[in-house]
Design a protein around this ligand. Sequence first.
Ligand code: ZN
Ligand code: ZN
Length: 314
Amino acid sequence: MTAATPPATLYPSVSSFGGTQPLRPDLVRVRLPMVNAFLLGAPGQPWVLVDAGMPGTAGLIRRAARAVHGERPPELIVLTHGHLDHVGALRALLEEWPVPVYVHELERPHVTGKAPYPFPDPTVGGVMSALSPAFLPGPFDFRPQVRVLPPDGSVPGAPGWRWLHTPGHTSGHVSLWREADRTLVAGDAFVTTRQETASGALLNAVTQVRRPPAYYTPNWEAAAASVRALAALTPSLAATGHGHPMEGEVLRAELSALAAEFRAQGLPERGWYLSHPVPVHAARPGEPDPVRTLVLGALGALGAAWLLRRSTRG
Ligand SMILES: [Zn+2]
Ligand SMILES: [Zn+2]
């Protein structure tokens, strides 16, 4: 598989955080540290914010929104899922824009204070994975604004778009799809950068269709099925939660290769969740989380050993 050229030749490039990159007349990427958000809707029309960035980036999102939509607030916000890097600025944004926040019903426990996400697995490889225990798994609580996406597949506030349940990375992960121009907002169902590495996460160094971020994916079978379902749509443009947008034949070829060869190309070489998948389900409060116990136990043991060494040296 060859790495695609960054799509700077396809779209006006965006190099700075908070910069906007028009992908369609009514779809704009907002490049943020570590992650992307998207503005759905033509300028002058009602619009929808998709995802809400890392903590501390509300100002960047607001500035980007103002550049495209002026002072008009979004009608609502849709979350592809509720991981910290997609909801980090949400609370600050809701203070200025007290609008509904739509999620899949299986995502609701994680964004209404009920249950944290399965703990990230720092052993899957890459610097970002090693640091992933610092990416808090919640639970986050955005009540009273949280709403469940309508069961008919429509996306409130965004006519022409459908939401597709694409679980695996999280139980209630959704992607947004517009058949008319085969446009896909994929969230983290697949991404276009090596999110597990620092250069991939921060610089989007290489643009290439990749599996969902591995440290935070607790069900690989479901993740593979979601990639296959999205590849079968043959999207002409994919805007992903991480990495540069991709389009055309390169996108189709790499996405169908990942779908066909998920075992070889998609699965991490190691990781707890490979052999202990978390079922796609509505998480309940107080469910046991062995990875949390293992990781925090190991960190605690390291800390105790360090303290012991310090005290015996002195
Ligand atoms: Zn995620
Ligand atoms: Zn993400």
